[in-house]
Design a protein around this ligand. Structure first.
Ligand SMILES: C[S@@+](CC[C@H](N)C(=O)[O-])C[C@H]1O[C@@H](n2cnc3c(N)ncnc32)[C@H](O)[C@@H]1O
Length: 268
């Protein structure tokens, strides 16, 4: 089969669909990126054009989910942006030593490295039954991996030594070359499919929300909508982390106030 090219007119339709569904704002220059992410589907289904795949996506909700799974960028790693984890450590020691249940939402969780990094800190400071974490993502494939908590051994290098010893189990046999996050942490985290464009009513309120390295894919209108939705899930006095490479400059912060670079707090 000769390589099928994605036509400009087809790209425009995918671009709009992805924006409407996930808020992901794909630049006009990213035609080749979209083509390379979706080519697998043309091969799998033996299709001869992207228009045929587009039709499948439009009539089949399951296919639409798989298309978004292929398009979303899921790069993550343990203890990414370490300043946030140092902040969390100090916050727990200084303000939450007696909090009965400290709740975190990792709201664009990808394969779970962010949630498990936070879990290691929570568990080591608060003990096993005084915290819970909810992880969520629009991508159903990454969530399957997050629920298992099995990672390539190369990912372990970013984890502090004390946590490696306590929470990471070296894989053997079929899991050679991988490590498994300790089940005590895995069992304390629930991962759910959530589209950040829609408000979440069922999670309850959180002491801290991680919303990192996802705002970068949204335009200002979508950023505003997502942040407004999420503030509803933050307790008064709760913290809101975005990435150090992102900003909320162009949006109305509402009840949030900035306390440090990439750290906001909901007014009491
Ligand atoms: C680059 S990863 C960030 C992972 C992690 N927060 C970190 O900082 O390492 C971005 C994640 O956002 C998710 N995402 C993109 N659009 C989304 C949406 N509308 N709703 C929920 N998650 C979304 C992607 O599927 C992806 O897993």
């Amino acid at each position: 089969m000769t390589a099928v090219t994605l036509k400009e007119s087809e790209f425009k339709i995918f671009q709009k669909l992805i924006y409407d569904e996930a808020g992901i704002d794909i630049s006009d220059k990213k035609l080749l990126l979209v083509q390379s992410r979706l080519v697998k589907k043309l091969l799998d289904y033996k299709l001869s054009s992207y228009s045929e795949y587009l039709r499948l996506v439009q009539i089949n909700p399951k296919e639409k989910i798989e298309m978004i799974n292929l398009i979303s960028t899921n790069e993550t790693y343990f203890f990414r942006e370490i300043e946030h984890f140092s902040f969390l450590q100090n916050l727990l020691k200084n303000e939450h030593a007696n909090t009965p249940l400290f709740r975190i939402w990792s709201a664009a969780a990808s394969v779970g490295a962010e949630a498990y990094s936070a879990a290691m800190i929570l568990d080591s400071i608060l003990g096993s039954d005084k915290w819970e974490i909810v992880g969520s993502d629009i991508n159903t494939d990454v969530l399957k991996k997050a629920r298992v908590g099995l990672y390539p051994e190369s990912w372990i290098s970013k984890i502090p030594d004390a946590f490696k010893k306590k929470y990471c189990l070296k894989g053997k046999g079929a899991h050679e070359g991988k490590f498994l996050v300790d089940r005590s942490l895995v069992n304390n985290i629930r991962f759910h499919t959530v589209n950040l464009l829609e408000p979440v009513m069922t999670f309850g309120r959180f002491d801290l929300i991680f919303l990192r390295n996802v705002l970068i894919y949204f335009d200002d209108k979508t950023k505003q909508k997502v942040v407004d939705n999420m503030i509803l899930n933050l307790k008064p006095g709760g913290y809101f982390f975005i990435s150090h490479t992102e900003n909320l400059n162009m949006i109305d912060l509402g009840s949030l106030e900035q306390v440090e670079t990439a750290i906001y707090r909901k007014k009491r």
